[in-house]
Design a protein. Sequence first.
Length: 304
Amino acid sequence: MFSTCVYFMRVCVTLCSWALCVKNCGDGKLCLSQWRTGEVVLLGLLSGPLQWRTGEAVLLGMLSGPLQWRTGEVVLLGILSGPLQWRTGEAVLLGLMSGPLQWRTGEAVLLGLMSGPLQWRTGEAVLLGLLSGPLQWRTGEAVLLGLLSGPLQWRTGEAVLLGLMSGPLQWRTGEAVLLGLLSGPLQWRTGEAVLLGLLSGPLQWRTGEAVLLGLLSGPLQWRTGEVVLLGLLSGPLQWRTGEAVLLGLLSGPLQWRTGEAVLLGLLSGPLQWRTGEVVLLGLLSGPLQWRTGSNVWSSTVEDW
């Protein structure tokens, strides 16, 4: 019996068949353990279909404990590749693996160790709430840093507008628009979100000031200027936009409309006085000057 066990132990060493050892050697103490068999796969002593089968066993839960963790880690380190790598990555998305391994797989996406469909699916998992905690924040920040690109970048940005993400990440995405880290339709949508009241607080003020500094342009710049006329923005920002007209930072139709707003009484206080004074100094011209001048003339006649 002992010689038989020794024989089959050699078979185990060659074939890594745990079931064969148990069948022929009883308790199998003389044969390779389940853990050792898994480790030889990690060390590359076995290859071909058997290697794939062991890797798949991890996904199916046939192996557990430290071996499961180590197999998952070798995927992150690139020791395993092909279909097995993809399946292990997808197992994280499906919740088959958890704990530190799940976090490390998510971080591997941020570091570029994984690519292709898996990278996109992990990114989308953040949007769908399948992953949470620090990893969710880091994926969002990766968009700001340019580590992720394409449709995923747009979807993460839109998730901020839709309220799927909140807190510091929401603010940082808004600031990224001001700093030019994001561009295209997303930049416009974030800017419009300020106009629609989806974003508030300091970010709203900074977006308004960005118009004054020329960081934003085109239709968004005009719309922000118009919301001042409609009273959607108030306080210091309203005053600064009015003063920007006096300093020539804004031009075109917006400048005319702000000047007319003074005539219609939409603006008042020191800003109204200063607009009247610039007419006397010749800083404004054209139809606006005539309309302002007419009001001054009418007032002078009435006073007289």
